[in-house]
Design a protein around this ligand. Structure first.
Ligand SMILES: [Zn+2]
Ligand SMILES: [Zn+2]
Ligand SMILES: [Zn+2]
Length: 269
């Protein structure tokens, strides 16, 4: 699988959209991998996960052929992952010479909001409500939503994604996994694990993970044979409140065999 990470920041962006804190000012000055936009990924140019408000920026920056993607999968409805108004730009009057419909998979809130926003262009979209711990065939992938620890008002998902004999965990937004998710993963194998690291060194691993949480999950996966030395573990979704630059994150995570995501990173699984 080719996994293209289109954005790697928390909800506010990093530098944050209105912020003048030292960390944001430093990120602006350093540029490069310190500039992080809101998160999304595309797998094998075929399956897109989440649709943040920075999507047009991603299309232009990475020259994406978004019109060819027919499957869109949502983790949850927070605005940094779900901007349905821009998805309506795929309706016939705004997008020409593409195939319809776009299949959208998400929880009940995602599907409900899509129905509201798409009321004048419903034929362009096929909405499919998904539930945790059920495996769905989406294009050439097998996708199983697992429960996240993120927002108790919503059924937030992380995803176990398989294709051929390769598998990955799309692990954000989440804090420390709920017991049902740990149990489901118990006998699985993962070639690639992408994990929430919103909090950096802040001592909090509920709702979002921090560096300690990412390291602990990696150790548990390793001890239980879910990953091995050949598996890739990458941290992402960083907040400016971490106050950490890309190179500082690398020096904190690389010694533990964990890579640091950056916008535009391509991971071959
Ligand atoms: Zn988020
Ligand atoms: Zn800031
Ligand atoms: Zn969220």
């Amino acid at each position: 699988m080719k996994v293209q990470l289109l954005g790697t920041s928390a909800a506010e962006g990093y530098p944050a959209i209105f912020c003048k804190c030292d960390a944001c000012m430093r990120a602006r000055k350093l540029g490069g991998k310190n500039i992080r936009t809101r998160t999304s990924a595309i797998i094998d140019d075929e399956l897109k996960i989440d649709f943040p408000p920075d999507t047009l920026h991603h299309v232009l920056t990475y020259n994406l052929d978004l019109g060819s993607i027919q499957n869109l999968l949502f983790t949850h409805s927070h605005h940094d992952h779900f901007y349905p108004e821009d998805i309506t730009m795929r309706a016939p009057v705004f997008a020409h010479d593409i195939d319809y419909p776009l299949n959208i998979y998400g929880n009940d809130i995602v599907i409900y909001k899509c129905k509201e926003v798409f009321q004048f262009s419903r034929e362009a979209f096929k909405l499919r409500r998904i539930a945790p711990f059920i495996t769905y065939t989406i294009g050439s992938f097998q996708v199983t939503p697992l429960l996240a620890d993120h927002d108790k008002n919503e059924t937030c998902f992380i995803f176990y994604i398989e294709k051929g004999n390769r598998s990955m965990l799309y692990g954000h937004d989440t804090g420390w996994f709920p017991p049902q998710t740990w149990a489901w993963l118990e006998h699985k194998k993962l070639d690639f694990v992408l994990l929430d690291c919103t909090h950096g060194l802040i001592p909090e691993k509920r709702n979002h993970l921090n560096i300690e949480g990412v390291k602990e999950i990696k150790e548990i996966f390793m001890a239980n044979g879910i990953i091995d030395e050949s598996s890739k573990v990458i941290a992402t979704h960083f907040s400016h409140n971490t106050k950490l630059s890309h190179s500082e994150l690398k020096s904190l995570l690389n010694p533990f065999g964990i890579e640091v995501a950056y916008d535009g990173m391509i991971v071959n699984v």
